[in-house]
Every structure is written in structure tokens, then in C-alpha cells.
Design a protein around this ligand. Structure first.
Ligand code: NAP
Length: 266
């Protein structure tokens, strides 16, 4: 049995992850942490499945899990990971907002054999979209990322959008492709932002609205043609297979592991 503590169990993702982990035959949810936990138990459909803590350090000391799963907030995640990694607990992290160099530094601070796994997106379709965008960027020089999320999302741009832009930039560098699209210098005075955020030379646009869940388009262009890649996820259920896979793989890896694609045979 893989013993799991879930950080952020009260959140939108946390609620479904608790249910999914509790139902997995090879996993045991041994605790949940959330600062405003109002009950002393993590509940799934009204049934207590694990003890609840308001303080993650306390949860980890009490339960000594194999894996910490963190879906919290950009401001909380770093402290949570420091706490778990110092104890040699493998971490599976979905919380976005952590810079790559910070992840590297956190992984390096952990005892050998400890895994820090982070995926900016746990859905298979989004991972494939990123890989296709990376391939297309070698041939179609102009590329822009437009992501659409529900209006409860606390960070912008999304981690998936940033990861996609970085992959496009790396593919361009490798293939020595240069975009001819104009940048922020063409924005009208007083209307700054029209060309989006510049992430490694790729414009990224974030739309936030009721009605959306998580969606992303990558529009690539060359003379006389465009290619649009689009991924839509409609429900948090889309993330669960990837999260279970990461929990299972965490004990078989070590160090910093980034992206669901590194666990898949693609
Ligand atoms: P959410 O509903 O706001 O849930 C976050 C939860 O974490 C809240 O219950 C929050 O409590 C709690 N929390 C805050 N600080 C904490 C701490 N120090 N220790 C433990 N729990 C803490 O957000 P969500 O929609 O579930 O998303 C959570 C994160 O996952 C976000 O960063 C989001 O972008 C990311 N995400 C990633 C993926 C992916 O595939 N990688 C998919 C979906 C979401 P309070 O409400 O009291 O602050």
C-alpha cells in the first residue's frame, strides 16, 4: 500500500483527489492537511476516510506517508514541499506557480532517492498538445498560446501555458527558427497587454470567465497558413489517472521529475 497525505484536501482538486486515492486498491489516504479544515477527518461522500490536520508539518510527523500530494496555492506550496522533502517524503505536485529553478533547488535539498514530481498538467490530452506544439514550432515560426480558465483560478498565465511556451521556445532554438510576429513594441500607448505576456518570446494570453473549465489553444503560423491545436478539459476527473500514475511512480524514481510525459511511453 502506498501511504498518501493530501495537502489542500478541502480544495476543488483536493476533494476529488481524496475520493480517488481513497478508492484506489493500492493506496491508503493516511491524512489530509488544509489550514481551514473544519472537521477532524477527511470525508468522502460524508464518510470519514483519514484524519484531517490544519498544519501539514504536524500531519507528516504523525502519519509518515510515502507520498505527499500537493494541490494548494502558489504561496503555500514551497513551504509544504520543504517540509516533506526534508523528511525524505516523495512529493507529487500539481500546484502551479513554482519557477523551474525553485523546483531544482527544492529537489536538491532533499535526501538522495527522494522524488519531487511536478506536472503543470496531469491530463493526457494537454501533454500531447504540448508535444505537438513543440514539434510544429520547428516548422511554423509564429506561435501564440491562448488559455481559458474558470474565474476561480488564482494564477495567470496557467502552468500549462508557460510550459507550452517554454517548449516552443526550446524547439525554436534547437531548429534555429525565428518568429517574425511583432511583439509588445506594437502595443498602443495606454493599451499595454494587447500582445499578451511574453514567455520566452511566445505571447501568452489568459482568459478568465465563468463557463470555462480548462482549455488551451496554440496557434502556429507561417506564410499563408496557420495550424491551431486545441485541448479542452471539462471536468477535474480528467486529472485523476495522471495523478494516480504519478503517486505510483514516485517511489520508483528519484530527484526532480517534470511532466506527465516523463512517466508515459510516448
Ligand atoms: P483551491 O480550490 O483554491 O484549493 C486549494 C486548497 O489548498 C484550499 O482548500 C486552500 O485552503 C488549501 N491550502 C492553502 N494553503 C495551504 C497549506 N499551507 N497547506 C495545505 N492546504 C493549503 O484550488 P484548486 O482549484 O484545487 O487548485 C489547486 C492548485 O492546483 C492550483 O495551483 C491550481 O492551479 C493547480 N492545478 C493544477 C492542475 C495540474 O494538472 N497540475 C490541475 C488543476 C489545478 P484555503 O482555501 O483556506 O486557502
Amino acid at each position: 500500500m502506498i501511504r498518501v497525505v493530501l495537502s489542500g484536501f478541502n480544495g476543488r482538486m483536493g476533494t476529488l483527489i481524496a475520493k480517488t486515492v481513497a478508492a484506489a486498491d493500492d493506496m491508503e489516504l493516511v491524512g489530509g492537511a488544509d489550514p481551514l479544515a473544519a472537521t477532524d477527518a477527511v470525508e468522502v461522500d460524508g464518510v470519514a476516510v483519514a484524519p484531517a490536520f490544519t498544519d501539514l508539518a504536524h500531519a507528516l510527523e504523525e502519519t509518515r506517508p510515502d507520498v505527499l500530494v500537493d494541490f494548494t496555492t502558489p504561496s503555500a506550496v514551497e513551504g509544504n514541499l520543504r517540509c516533506a522533502l526534508a523528511l525524505g517524503i516523495d512529493c507529487v505536485v500539481g500546484t502551479t506557480g513554482l519557477a523551474p529553478e525553485r523546483l531544482e533547488e527544492l529537489a536538491a535539498s532533499a535526501p538522495a532517492q527522494t522524488t519531487l514530481f511536478h506536472a503543470p498538467n496531469f491530463t493526457l490530452g494537454a501533454v500531447l498538445m504540448m508535444l505537438f506544439a513543440e514539434k510544429a514550432a520547428r516548422y511554423l515560426p509564429d506561435a501564440e498560446v491562448i488559455e481559458f480558465h474558470h474565474n476561480g483560478k488564482k494564477d495567470a498565465p496557467s502552468g500549462t501555458a508557460v510550459a507550452t511556451a517554454l517548449r516552443i521556445a526550446a524547439a525554436r532554438d534547437e531548429a534555429q527558427v525565428q518568429s517574425g510576429a511583432p511583439g509588445k513594441e506594437t502595443e498602443s500607448p495606454g493599451r499595454e497587454g494587447a500582445r499578451g505576456a511574453n514567455v520566452a518570446g511566445v505571447p501568452v494570453h489568459s482568459v478568465r470567465s465563468d463557463g470555462f473549465f480548462a482549455h488551451q489553444e496554440v496557434v502556429l503560423g507561417s506564410a499563408g497558413e496557420t495550424l491551431t491545436l486545441r485541448h479542452d478539459s471539462f471536468d477535474r476527473a480528467a486529472y485523476m489517472p495522471g495523478i494516480l500514475l504519478a503517486i505510483r511512480e514516485a517511489g520508483r524514481r528519484s530527484g526532480l521529475v517534470i511532466g506527465l510525459e516523463s512517466l508515459l511511453d510516448l
